[in-house]
Design a protein around this ligand. Structure first.
Ligand code: BGC
Length: 674
């Protein structure tokens, strides 16, 4: 097969289809709580209009823990290891808006989310899946919905409109509402309609009548008009749309939907990939660029000319292509990591042998499915990365949209009043079709209807979790991470302190850090830096940081860091200082310099600030005994916590390293004391 082919050959179409069917979901959680973003809840509630959108809703927020899922998970042996994780609420039929059979409806969930936000004293992301398009699930049967292909009017008036009315209630204005818009449908139009080898009659109908496109446009416009709603459209997964011949058309159809029915691209905050699917977050043992004896991994049976090997590379590329197509440059991606962990005994420890490209890929791949087109209740899968905010540039969060333990579809026909059909991709004895390249389905046996609790699958996901979880039937991890080291203040203003530290290590991996100001937990973050805001000028603070792992083990505290914020007046009184600058070494491309700060006032300083403007392109790369910010050629250095006080007539100093090219002129310094 030539890589440049326009359409995928029939053999690889299956991969495409994985998509179609996939209907997994769950959502994720982010952690960080930032002092700066702790809105007074009463204020936020009373002023709906005040809830301006932030770039990434997961940063500085907690994520709603669905009490119904949490209780089901906690009732499973070992389930309490993960039952406090946030998962998405699914609106999969009109009746779900008010609650089905006594379960919580949308308002009940939103009320609970507001309560969680108030209890935690921080904003909360509420994740909701909007999933009831006419003629839903056109290439599979397990999640067929209640609305027929032409019932777009009911979709608008009985589904989207009532949801929008509830979400717009000022009582929920303090929440950050993240929607996952209509999984599977738009991708199905790309690969399973209009003359493709895997086209189905229902997908052809939906392509012809346009109701997926107009329905998604309507949902985006209606929900996007609510200021605290963040819309993320489903964008399949790499094993569905990762072929060149699928990706461009997918971006096109998503753009078409995003500009239909009154919607504009401004109604879209991003896209979600791998929703309710099993594609690996990262394949650690091979990349798309690897070759074996001159043969590209793209030619392996598993990769089959796909352009991507995992969701991380796919999500980033998808984002770039969407921006190039006219979506906002600030869009972010979500990745559903609820069930793509692939740990357990079957996980390869390293790359496969380089005896052939197939041996190399099959020996090393962590995704143990028979084929990437398989999507139903996959045997051998595990829980993936725990929900996490801003794990990488361009990725807004890892989320658990598909609630782990909820079935993808029944393994045999089951009578029901939910509109759900029987799809043989959920039958473990099924030998496949064109959409999975005629492989076995890989589905677990004895599965209930889609969305119903499937205890055996939950146990399997716990057992094979990666990163592993404690108490999941495997070994319980009780090893705490090492304490973070190297805690420093990288900048301080009269109202904020920026901290950075060195990553801690752990036997199964550090998942995040807790930042304490004195005894108060001010942030939980997956990053190794944090800015603590809302502080008072000329005040001493003490910080420590602890590391956490996936099993909940917490490290000892780092060494404490004392920081005194500078005075807000920038000097004044009788305080005064001078600063001298000396280049101590210069090797042409870089240099080190020392700055001496001398108190010329009559009394001790509380803090000091030295500023200058470089004449050339000098860039400070590291600085000790002070906190530096550089903006273009302008540099500001504030005292560290321990050297702000200089006795009258006394001196202190700081040093730094910098890079440059051209001339290295000594700048003129300005010193201000408080
Ligand atoms: C089902 C939905 C369910 C969702 C979450 C889907 O496969 O069709 O009814 O809410 O999964 O588990």
């Amino acid at each position: 097969m030539a890589p440049g082919r326009v359409r995928p050959p029939p053999e690889r179409i299956p991969s495409v289809s994985a998509q179609l069917l996939s209907r997994l979901r769950t959502a994720a959680a982010a952690v960080a709580l930032s002092a700066a973003s702790v809105l007074p809840i009463a204020t936020a509630q009373s002023a709906h209009a005040a809830a301006a959108r932030v770039d990434n809703p997961y940063v500085g927020a907690g994520v709603y823990v669905n009490p119904e899922w949490s209780a089901r998970a906690a009732a499973e042996p070992g389930g309490t290891a993960v039952s406090d994780q946030p998962t998405a609420v699914w609106l999969d039929r009109i009746a779900a808006i008010n609650g089905v059979n006594g379960s919580m409806g949308l308002r009940a969930h939103l009320n609970a989310a507001v309560a969680q936000s108030q209890a935690a004293g921080r904003p909360v992301v509420f994740q909701v899946v909007v999933y009831d398009l006419p003629g839903r699930d056109c290439a599979a049967l397990a999640s067929n919905g209640e609305l027929g292909p032409t019932e777009i009017g009911r979709y608008r008036s009985e589904f989207i409109d009532p949801i929008a009315t509830i979400l717009a209630d000022p009582a929920y204005a303090s929440l950050r509402i993240v929607t996952t818009i209509e999984i599977d449908s738009l991708p199905n139009l790309v690969t399973n309609a209009g003359g493709t080898a895997t086209a189905t009659p229902q997908c052809d109908t939906m392509k012809a009548n346009g109701n997926y496109v107009t329905g998604v446009g309507y949902a985006l416009a209606k929900l996007g008009a609510i200021p605290n709603v963040y819309n993320y459209i489903d964008a399949g997964h790499h094993g569905w749309l990762g072929w060149d011949s699928n990706l461009g058309p997918a971006v096109d159809v998503l753009k078409q939907a995003a500009t239909a029915s009154g919607s504009t691209v401004a109604d879209v905050q991003g896209f979600i990939v791998n929703t309710a699917n099993y594609s690996a977050l990262k394949e650690p043992n091979f990349t798309i660029d690897d070759t074996v004896n001159g043969t590209s991994v793209r030619q392996s049976k598993w990769v089959d000319w796909n352009r991507y090997v995992d969701e991380t590379t796919y999500a980033k590329a998808f984002r770039d292509k969407a921006v190039a197509a006219g979506f906002d440059a600030n869009i972010g991606m979500l990745i559903d990591t609820s069930r793509n962990g692939w740990g357990g005994a079957g996980r390869p420890a390293g790359p496969g042998p380089k005896t052939s490209v197939d041996a190399y890929v099959d020996g090393g791949r962590i995704d143990r499915r028979f084929q990437t087109g398989n999507w139903c209740n996959q045997s051998g899968a595990g829980l993936g990365e725990r929900p996490k905010a801003a794990p990488e540039a361009g990725i807004d969060a890892y989320v658990w949209v598909k609630p782990p333990g909820e079935s993808d579809g029944a393994s045999s026909a089951v009578a029901n009043d939910e509109g759900k059909g029987f799809d043989r991709m959920c039958d473990p004895t099924y030998t496949g079709n064109a959409r999975n390249n005629n492989n076995m389905s890989g589905a677990l046996p004895n599965a209930p209807l889609a969305g119903h609790w499937f205890s055996a699958q939950f146990q399997e996901l716990l057992k094979n979790a990666y990163p592993p979880v404690g108490g999941g039937g495997g070994t319980t991890d009780t090893t705490a991470p090492t304490a973070p080291t190297g805690l420093t203040a990288t900048a301080a203003t009269s109202s904020s302190v920026s901290l950075a530290w060195t990553a801690a290590t752990d036997n199964v991996g550090v998942t995040g850090y807790d930042v304490y100001r004195g005894a108060t937990l001010v942030a939980s973050t997956s990053a190794t830096s944090y800015t603590d805001s809302g502080l008072s000028a000329a005040t001493a603070y003490s910080y420590t940081v602890r590391a956490r792992d996936a099993a909940g083990n917490v490290s000892a505290a780092s060494a404490a860091l004392a920081v005194t914020t500078p005075g807000s007046g920038g000097g004044g009184g009788s305080a005064g200082c001078t600063a001298t600058y000396r280049i101590s070494s210069d090797w042409g491309a870089g240099f080190n310099a020392d700055v001496t700060v001398t108190n010329t006032g009559a009394s001790a300083t509380k803090g000091w600030k030295v500023t200058w403007t470089f004449a050339g392109n000098q860039q400070v790369t590291n600085l000790w005994n002070g906190a530096v910010t550089q903006s273009g050629s302008a540099v500001t250095v504030l005292n560290a916590g321990y050297n702000g006080a200089i006795a009258a007539g006394g001196s202190t100093g700081f040093g730094f390293g910098a890079s440059y090219s051209g001339a290295n002129t000594v700048p003129t310094l300005t010193c201000t004391a408080s």
